[in-house]
Design a protein around this ligand. Structure first.
Ligand code: AP5
Length: 196
């Protein structure tokens, strides 16, 4: 079991469509980290018709957040499944104050911690365009129309954006311009990670 001095645990932060999943895909290879996307875990469960999937579906279809207790338990289980990971990229978690506190307490109980939270920044109109485009091929229920996408932004602004202050207080918040070539953005993220 690794301890916190050997590990890097990153939170990728940003609005829907900011590029968290895309960038996590590159960063996990470069830094040998386990990528946990709570959205992906929910979609996997929905596809397989599990109890968790059935519960999450009604929230996700509308672009609302899934309740904290369910999401926190799921995240813990995903971490527990990977006892040998050299570190984690948390993508789409935490999204509320309760989730952020639960993550800190859970990691601390395992002698681990969040090393950095990195936000990908981009304007709403660009994000709407990206998501509507993706919705055409992905079939994601929450990318299908602009009103659902805007509802996801409202959820973000109300419940998730305040976490910036939470991580700033801990001296862990970084932000990166999320607009441009995908590989350029990976380099911007790499600079932050290499400086840790
Ligand atoms: P989740 O799956 O986390 O979705 P999201 O936050 O809405 O984020 P996306 O996956 O839409 O965007 P992303 O930032 O990963 O961008 P991506 O790389 O895909 O959550 C879905 C739902 O699950 C939530 O609404 C909620 O209901 C529930 N949920 C999940 N976690 C939860 C939690 N912790 N608590 C409660 N509920 C939770 O890129 C987007 C698109 O843009 C792609 O097509 C990509 O190819 C393209 N793109 C990426 N980068 C660029 C670039 N630089 N230039 C041009 N295009 C780009």
């Amino acid at each position: 079991q690794l301890n916190q001095t050997d590990m890097i645990n990153l939170v990728l932060f940003g609005k829907p469509g900011a590029g968290k999943g895309t960038q996590a895909g590159f960063l996990k290879e470069k830094y040998n980290l386990k990528h946990i996307s709570t959205g992906d875990v929910f979609r996997y469960n929905i596809k397989n018709g599990t109890e968790l999937g059935n519960l999450a579906k009604s929230y996700i279809d509308k672009g609302d957040l899934v309740p904290d207790e369910v999401t926190i338990d799921m995240l813990k289980a995903e971490v527990e499944k990977n006892p040998d990971a050299a570190g984690f990229i948390f993508d789409g978690f935490p999204r509320t104050a309760a989730q952020a506190e639960a993550l800190d307490n859970f990691l601390e109980s395992k002698d681990m911690k969040v090393n950095a939270t990195i936000a990908l920044e981009a304007e709403d109109d660009i994000l709407v365009e990206r998501l509507l485009e993706r919705g055409k091929s992905s079939g994601r229920s929450d990318d299908q129309d602009e009103s659902k996408i805007r509802n996801r932004f409202d959820e973000y602004n109300e419940k998730t954006a305040p976490l910036k202050a939470y991580y700033e207080k801990q001296g862990k918040f970084h932000s990166v311009n999320g607009i441009g070539e995908i590989n350029e953005i990976t380099k911007r993220l790499g600079k932050v990670i290499d400086s840790l």
